[in-house]
Design a protein. Structure first.
Length: 227
């Protein structure tokens, strides 16, 4: 019961580096996941059945597997697969940071896909028919008419998913990537101050996520007024 929160002060520079990595990973995963998720959403809505089924299979697979397993599989199995495919003597080193970026983009793309698919389907079909009557092609209709409105309608949900993504980045600790939680864990084990460090981490996550959630709710109310 001998709490010593003064131990946190000396660890702030190292914790700040971990937080920067957490933010960087969140941004990479959110941007990449949104990009590929939008492509997956368009593929799921495609009239080409083979493309639609392939996209649906990928989304259902990723949404049915825990993220930590995806990270483990990519970190341990992909180097072995590359070794066999390329005929190398040793598995190529992918690294924890590269593994984290790739797996989070792959995983989040499935969730952003469903969000964007709902946003696209929320646009009245009359607008699509009007765009086609004006001579717009399918890609022009999506790019100029449907997707801008879908992004606006789904913006609060997209931001909420990004907040969840920010929390999920703590899972990279299992492959020894030094994110905010990983940095705190290393300091806690070194100084023997597990309770103080983990309480501090929980408080930081709560403040950040609660503040961002409040901003998203405010944005949602403003979008509802615009509608």
């Amino acid at each position: 019961m001998d709490f010593d929160f003064a131990a946190i002060h000396g660890a702030l520079p190292f914790l700040w580096k971990g937080m920067l990595y957490t933010i960087e990973l969140t941004l990479y995963a959110a941007i990449g996941g949104l990009f590929f998720g939008t492509l997956l959403a368009l593929a799921r809505l495609s009239p080409w059945r083979a493309l639609s089924l392939a996209a649906a299979g990928y989304v259902n697979l990723m949404r049915s597997i825990p993220l930590v397993l995806v990270i483990f599989w990519f970190f341990f199995l992909v180097p072995v697969i590359l070794q066999v495919a390329m005929g190398h003597e040793r598995p190529p080193m992918i690294g924890a940071e590269r593994t984290a970026i790739i797996t989070f983009i792959m995983f989040e793309a499935a969730y952003f896909c469903e969000i964007m698919r709902a946003g696209i389907q929320s646009i009245p079909r009359g607008q699509v028919h009007a765009a086609q009557a004006l001579g717009l092609t399918y890609s022009q209709c999506m790019r100029l008419v449907v997707l801008p409105q879908a992004f606006r309608n789904m913006l609060p949900v997209l931001l909420t998913q990004t907040i969840i993504l920010f929390q999920d980045t703590s899972l990279v600790y299992v492959i020894s990537a030094t994110d905010f939680v990983g940095a705190a864990a290393k300091i806690a084990q070194r100084d023997g101050r597990l309770v103080e460090m983990y309480l501090f981490v929980a408080a930081v996550y709560f403040v950040i996520c609660f503040t961002l959630s409040a901003l998203v709710r405010r944005l949602q109310r403003r979008i509802a007024v615009i509608r």
